[in-house]
Design a binder for this molecule. Structure first.
Ligand code: SAM
Length: 256
């Protein structure tokens, strides 16, 4: 997968050179190119923002540098344009299933807004040239699109074939979309067996695979009922067995 990121703070994307995404870049699974939007400005101070029409607080990113950036990175008439992602709190919520959709795309272009956002005509224009998706990382507002770009990239690229050392790590994860998924993951433990007076649950040391699986499922159900009952509201209740229902009843879940 190739990802172009356009930003006025290229250094903000430096963490992509670390950890697994750094390794993935080395291994050719992922290529990231970060572009400074200011290279496409034509004024002496390289400003990219201006006051909003209609009045109000804050500044808005002017469309011209964005237009030039798109001309340079997505030439008109070029073959296979990227999918453009525009992080914004007004966008489609980023979920695991959206991350899975995006992991199928071979080229992404992420446009990082700042200030009050980008002049709305940029998205309108870009839609005439390539698929465009406005994406929100959650119901809160951060200062700029760079941190949202990092979140989106991290969620998407770990799903690429060859990214994870052990692809089994993706099984049974919170927010998974496969069969039997939709619950939060169970608690996890490692060595030592006892730490500061706290023991690892005995069942995990038993070597009894079926009991471990059952314990983990119950922990997932309890955690989801306590922390994210909204997820259970859309859970496939037909997949709940009698013991699952008992566990959920103990947690006070009304649908059990
Ligand atoms: N005025 C905008 C609004 O109320 O919708 C918020 C602008 S925010 C201060 C500046 C930039 O941060 C946005 O253009 C976007 O790139 C990014 N941003 C902020 N919150 C975001 C979120 N929840 N999801 C994705 N991007 C976000």
């Amino acid at each position: 997968m190739h990802i172009d990121v356009i930003t006025i703070f290229p250094d903000y994307l430096a963490p992509l050179d670390l950890s697994l995404s750094g390794k993935a870049q080395g291994a050719g699974v992922l290529e990231v190119t970060v572009h400074d939007l200011r290279q496409w400005t034509r004024n002496r101070h390289r400003t990219v923002d201006d006051t909003p029409y209609g009045g109000g607080a804050g500044m808005v990113m002017r469309p011209e540098p964005w237009g030039e950036a798109l001309d340079a990175l997505v030439p008109l008439g070029g073959s296979s344009p990227p999918t453009m992602l525009v992080p914004t709190p007004t966008g489609r919520p980023l979920t695991q299933s959206l991350a899975e959709e995006l992991a199928q795309v071979t080229r992404l272009l992420i446009a990082c807004g700042r200030y009050e956002g980008i002049d709305a005509r940029v998205v309108e224009h870009a839609r005439s040239r390539m698929p465009v998706l406005e994406v929100s990382i959650g119901d809160y507002v951060v200062t700029g699109g760079e941190v949202a770009a990092l979140v989106i990239i991290e969620a998407v690229v770990r799903l690429l074939p060859g990214f994870m050392g052990n692809p089994g790590s993706l099984d049974e994860e919170s927010h998974g979309t496969g069969e039997g998924q939709g619950l939060l993951e169970y608690p996890t433990y490692t060595k030592p067996v006892t730490w500061r007076g706290l023991d690892v649950p005995a069942v995990l040391l038993s070597g009894h695979h079926a009991q471990v699986t059952r314990w983990r499922r119950e922990q997932s159900l309890r955690r989801t009922a306590r922390v994210r009952p909204d997820l259970l509201a859309t859970y496939d209740v037909a997949s709940l067995d009698p013991r699952d229902r008992e566990v959920l009843a103990e947690e006070g879940w009304p649908g059990s």
